[in-house]
Design a protein around this ligand. Structure first.
Ligand SMILES: Cc1cc2nc3c(=O)[nH]c(=O)nc-3n(C[C@H](O)[C@H](O)[C@H](O)COP(=O)(O)O)c2cc1C
Length: 365
């Protein structure tokens, strides 16, 4: 398949740019509809690009202070490199699972994968359910050709565990991924018109699959934060790592509200703040498990704080979506800006490498 390039110009002229002109909720609510394949992804993307879909609750990083130390080395010596799934990446950053399936998704994933390879950071694709069910073409998920060397993760819902081990295997192998992220989204499901409202037996089913599954499996929330009970379950089972996806960033109660026109704004305060979820995770996960921090991470200082608090890697969703709606160059320049901010935080804390950041923080009372 030919490699496409989207270097100049934005995907939609009406979309708000990062940090600019974010519209609050429209009135009356705008309905975003599925396309003829039943795929809502492109509609979700349009809503996320056009409106303010972040919760008003803060992620908690504003209450975290980095502790300063004397940097007995040169700024140039600072290395942001990190290891992830036996690969070395330029900084501990992964593009959160976002998309795949529709036309707009294709362009977004093309841009993200090209940028991720150029930057040498990790990437996940969005939910592959419709692809595996042959409801949408696979092309937009097949990003390996433009990102041959990065850690790549496939994505399904924990609910899809019901479809069995082969289904999960197909998700990973069809896109030559290094592992799979299973998203855990009970709040999002219950707020959707045709969402899944029965999670009975899912964990027992996953436990069985994990025994013999040959690829690393990660659990992830979608912005409400993984609960302590689930973190404890992950710690006792063969889960390779978790992505906390805490409260403080993109909020699916808000998004579902925009899509269905129902009054879900009330639920945007449900959840565990990202910082709380990071602290809780390290209680249950030993150091050999990956702790990925996400949910409202927006600056290099947030990244440094998450690493200081015990995360190995961070992931970001909405910012990547917005940058990728413009160009590969926008994605690469924004990530380089994040890396520079992270380096300044490392300089401030006297940390020559990312591991040295660990524990260099204080919580404001
Ligand atoms: C448009 C959009 C689509 C998303 N689709 C998925 C998905 O398919 N699978 C998933 O695990 N998470 C999905 N997410 C959730 C993100 O991976 C991430 O957990 C969430 O956006 C919180 O991170 P943020 O505050 O940095 O955006 C999606 C988010 C957005 C904005």
């Amino acid at each position: 398949m030919g490699k496409k390039k989207y270097c100049r110009g934005s995907i939609g002229s009406t979309f708000a740019r990062c940090g600019e002109d974010k519209k609050e909720f429209p009135s009356p609510k705008i309905p975003a509809t599925k396309d003829k394949t039943g795929n809502k992804k492109d509609a979700h993307i349009e809503v996320c690009l056009k409106y303010n879909v972040e919760t008003s609750v803060k992620s908690g990083f504003e209450t975290i202070r980095l502790l300063s130390d004397f940097p007995d080395f040169s700024f140039e010596e600072i290395s942001t490199e990190a290891g992830f799934l036996s690969k070395k990446i330029a900084m501990p950053l992964i593009i959160s699972p976002l998309t795949g399936g529709g036309k707009l998704s294709q362009r977004i994933n093309d841009i993200l994968s090209e940028a991720a390879e150029a930057l040498n950071i990790g990437m996940a694709v969005g939910s592959q359910k419709l692809m595996l069910d042959n409801a949408v073409p696979a092309d937009s998920f097949l990003v390996r050709h433009s990102a041959p060397s990065i850690p790549l993760l496939s994505n399904l819902g924990i609910i899809h565990v019901r479809k069995g081990k082969e289904y999960l295997l197909r998700a990973v192998e069809s896109i030559q991924a290094d592992g799979i992220i299973l998203y855990v989204n009970p709040v999002q499901e219950v707020l959707q018109d045709s969402g899944e409202k029965d999670f009975t037996g899912i964990l027992a089913g996953l436990e069985e699959i994990l025994d013999t599954f040959p690829y690393p499996v990660f659990l992830k929330e979608v912005g409400f934060g993984l609960s302590e009970k689930l973190l404890s379950w992950a710690g006792r089972n063969k889960i390779r790592g978790v992505d906390v996806a805490g409260l403080g960033g993109t909020n699916w109660a808000k998004i579902e509200c925009l899509i269905s026109g129902a009054d879900y704004e009330l639920y945007e305060t449900l959840g565990i703040k990202t910082t709380e979820a990071i602290i809780a995770s390290r209680k249950y996960l030993t150091e050999d498990r990956y702790l990925i921090a996400s949910g409202g991470i927006r600056t290099g200082l947030d990244i440094a704080k998450a690493l200081a608090m015990g995360a190995d890697i961070v992931s970001m969703g909405l910012p990547f979506l917005k940058w990728a709606s413009e160009s590969v160059e926008r994605v690469t320049s924004e990530v380089r800006r994040l890396q520079e901010q992270l380096k300044i935080a490392m300089w401030f804390t006297g940390s020559k490498d990312v591991n040295a950041l660990r524990n260099k923080f204080q919580r404001e009372s």
